[in-house]
Design a protein around this ligand. Structure first.
Ligand SMILES: [Zn+2]
Length: 366
């Protein structure tokens, strides 16, 4: 009898031990989960974005790109992101985004985007369709917006153009107090570049940093780029503060090579840059400027207002105005590239051309 009881007790003891062990394991798992969450490890992994009319992320799409705009509640000073082979990870503070969903009333889902969330941060993961030609940046006119461009094609462009932010490095261009032409031209070109990329135009810039580039070298960059057009952006100034407004400079040689194209480009650009902020119209002006002469492809030089004029200077000090220039340059260039260039474009009232030829206000030698 005694023996039998002993055996039964042993079995019970073993079962009890096993249950105890399992409980210990479960408890330790639970404990580690609590510790991890407190120390900020991920609690939610790869949650797909849903459609939500109050979502903070908007999706705009065309044949070239998916453009995601992340609306943040406060200005983003530094972009926190990591670009990998197959995705772009953007990390923002949890309290910076109201609603981590796609702003939409329909039932579409942001299948390319998922997110992880931890105690402090949201990590948005944008899946790339193609390795190259994806972009992420802060909108400089509205620092609360982060833009992610996801390429939808191996080569997401139909056109190629060269943009030249006038001056750079030691060559500051014209300046007034602490406003430098080279900074304004760089900003305008960057706004134009981003819009053009989204709308299917590959952009080559003559400088990607604040450095001086020789005029001849600018011509070489353009002629090597296999581009369809060249646009140089400048800001004007004059000893007399009364001069104001915008003008588009073009040039064709004595043989009249590319005459129609070059005039059409200038007309189209001038028409577009006048579309915002009430700029005074100085018209299109033929001038033997070096950058226009060196370019083998249709070229235009835009003088975007006068720093020496108070009214123009006030406008140029607004980021929104510089962005409008960028958008208008984008639209003008695309209008030109998509038009029948050889026929010229009668967008623009020709009488303006002569009216604005006051020698005192021509562009400095570019
Ligand atoms: Zn200049």
């Amino acid at each position: 009898m005694n023996k039998k009881i002993k055996i039964v007790n042993k079995k019970k003891f073993a079962v009890a031990c096993l249950i105890f062990l399992i409980m210990i394991i479960l408890l330790s798992k639970l404990l580690s989960l609590i510790i991890n969450s407190a120390s900020g490890h991920a609690l939610m992994d790869n949650v797909a974005l849903a459609a939500d009319k109050n979502g903070s992320i908007t999706l705009e799409e065309n044949e070239f790109y998916k453009k995601y705009t992340i609306d943040c509640k406060k200005s983003i000073e530094k972009l926190n992101y990591d670009e990998k082979n197959d995705l772009i990870e953007v990390s923002v503070m949890k309290d910076a985004i109201d609603n981590v969903n796609i702003k939409s009333s329909s039932k579409v889902q942001g299948k390319d985007v998922t997110y992880d969330k931890n105690e402090n941060r949201i990590i948005l993961k944008f899946n790339k369709q193609f390795k190259e030609n994806n972009y992420i940046y802060i909108d400089n006119a509205d620092k609360k917006k982060i833009i992610v461009l996801l390429s939808k094609k191996e080569k997401p462009y139909n056109h190629v153009a060269v943009l030249d932010p006038g001056h750079g490095g030691v060559d500051k261009g014209t300046n007034l107090k602490n406003i430098y032409e080279k900074d304004l031209t760089n900003k305008i070109v960057n706004y134009a570049e981003k819009e053009l990329i989204f709308k299917g135009c590959k952009i080559i810039k003559t400088r990607y940093e604040d450095k001086w580039v020789d005029l001849k070298e600018i011509g070489n960059i353009t002629n090597k780029a296999n581009a369809e057009a060249f646009i140089s952006v400048h800001i004007n100034s004059n000893k007399e503060s009364k001069y104001k407004g915008v003008a588009s400079y073009y040039y064709f040689n004595d043989k009249g090579e590319q005459k129609d194209e070059r005039m059409a480009l200038a007309k189209t650009m001038q028409k577009e840059i006048l579309k915002s902020d009430n700029w005074y119209d100085r018209g299109i002006i033929k001038d033997r400027l070096a950058v226009l002469r060196y370019s083998n492809v249709p070229a235009v030089l835009l003088e975007c207002g006068f720093l020496s004029n108070e009214e123009d200077r006030d406008k140029l000090s607004k980021e929104e105005v510089l962005k409008n220039f960028g958008n208008n340059i984008c639209n003008g260039l695309l209008n030109y590239l998509n038009s029948d260039k050889n026929k010229g474009i009668d967008y623009y009232n020709k009488s303006k051309t002569d009216m604005s030829r006051d020698k005192t206000a021509t562009a400095d030698d570019k």
